[in-house]
Design a protein around this ligand. Structure first.
Ligand code: COA
Length: 356
């Protein structure tokens, strides 16, 4: 969250104390932007400072993290402006190629923007923060001057899918609220792929699980190391397909093969995924990075507008349908997330870990 950090560091440059009321507002917006609506236990009556902070956070109700981030940046921008008389702006979106994120490494080189998932210790499992950062990074890549955008993973995994701890952070107003927030975020996340306007390439550097596999149907090229596997264990987890895979997978590989993956949790090798059309090409692990990047650098020299316009033509035929599929999948998942089947499956994942 570069934007918040930028804003935070601007805050520390203020010479005048903005006063307690404004400071509480700043505190509350920061908490809301980074952690969502207040779910901390209410401090005791006599714990005045913490009670005042808690009240300020609580008073923001359920405004979204994005809105809080924007308000936080606006507020600090206006304080800086008041003090310096300048029109210094703190952008709510990470800007320029120097942007940094907490969970991603985003770089721009040779006309290629690379979004690298960067939680290797957790096999690049996607937390709520990471969903938001990927959405922001895709938005940034969509408008920067790169020709091609690449998604890849740090470490030995491409991605282990949805971070299952997302299910254990149940807000004060219950599982339903968790499911609703999760649904809104997933819809937005998948929309970012559906609407992405330039060639989007997955460089699958290792095993891929769950949502990182299903959205592959929305990429223009998928290059995989022979070490990669593709696994969507939805029914095992009491869940259902997302990422538009209920539409793209049967279309790519036929209904029977898609059902083996999406219903019966069949894990594919990279070669099998390539035979079924989910993967464009498989490379030996030892030469994977050099072969793929040599090729992508050459592709990125092609005329940029021609590439983008052709991609958009191909996507436009399906765009409306993909949005409808995304909406339907998200609606079904929201129900699944409130089900005992899902709750029990997630609990047994963590219990199995605890026993090891
Ligand atoms: N959510 C949360 N944590 C995850 C995770 C996920 N999806 N995938 C991996 N992790 C964590 C593990 O809990 C472990 O954390 P710890 O070191 O604090 O114990 C760490 O990442 C490393 O994973 P580990 O299981 O030790 O590695 P592995 O190589 O034995 O297995 C996986 C890797 C991905 C096969 C296994 O972790 C797994 O099955 N994860 C769940 C995948 C999943 O079901 N995703 C949702 C799909 S809908």
């Amino acid at each position: 969250m570069m934007s918040l950090r930028q804003a935070k560091s601007k805050l520390s440059t203020l010479k005048d104390d903005p006063g307690n009321e404004v400071k509480l507002k700043i505190y509350a917006l920061f908490k809301q932007a980074t952690q969502g609506p207040c779910n901390a236990p209410k401090p005791g009556m006599l714990d005045f400072v913490n009670k005042a902070k808690w009240d300020a956070w609580k008073s923001l109700g359920s405004i979204s993290q994005d809105e809080a981030r924007q308000k936080y940046c606006d507020l600090i921008g206006s304080l800086v402006e008041e003090e310096t008389g300048s029109s210094a702006q703190v952008s709510a979106q990470p800007a320029g190629s120097g942007a940094t994120y907490e969970t991603l490494l985003v770089t721009k080189e040779d006309d290629i923007t690379t979004i690298k998932l960067n939680r290797p210790a957790k096999k690049n499992a996607i937390t709520t923060e990471m969903y938001n950062e990927i959405i922001a990074a895709l938005e940034q890549a969509a408008t920067d001057d790169s020709v091609i955008t690449v998604v890849t993973g740090a470490g030995d995994f491409y991605c282990s899918g949805n971070d299952l701890t997302n299910f254990t952070k149940i807000p004060e107003n219950g599982v339903e609220e968790m499911a609703r927030r999760g649904a809104d975020l997933l819809r937005k996340y998948v929309n970012a792929y559906i609407d992405f306007p330039k060639p989007l390439v997955a460089v699958v550097n290792g095993p891929a699980v769950g949502v990182s596999v299903t959205v592959l149907g929305l990429f223009d090229l998928v290059y995989a190391t022979e070490r990669a596997t593709f696994h969507t264990p939805f029914s095992q987890l009491g869940q259902s397909a997302e990422g538009c895979s209920s539409y793209t997978f049967p279309k790519l590989m036929g209904a029977a093969k898609a059902s083996e993956m999406l219903l019966f949790n069949k894990k594919l090798t990279a070669v099998q995924a390539c035979e079924l059309g989910l993967v464009t090409e498989v490379f030996p692990d030892s030469s994977f990075q050099s072969e793929v990047w040599t090729r992508l650098k050459a592709y990125a020299k092609l005329p940029r507008n021609s590439l983008a316009l052709s991609k958009q033509l191909i996507r436009s035929v399906e765009k409306e349908r993909l949005h409808a599929v995304n909406d339907a999948e998200v609606e079904r998942l929201m129900e699944r997330w409130m089900s005992d089947e899902c709750f029990n499956a997630v609990m047994s994942f963590f219990q199995a870990k605890a026993k090891l």
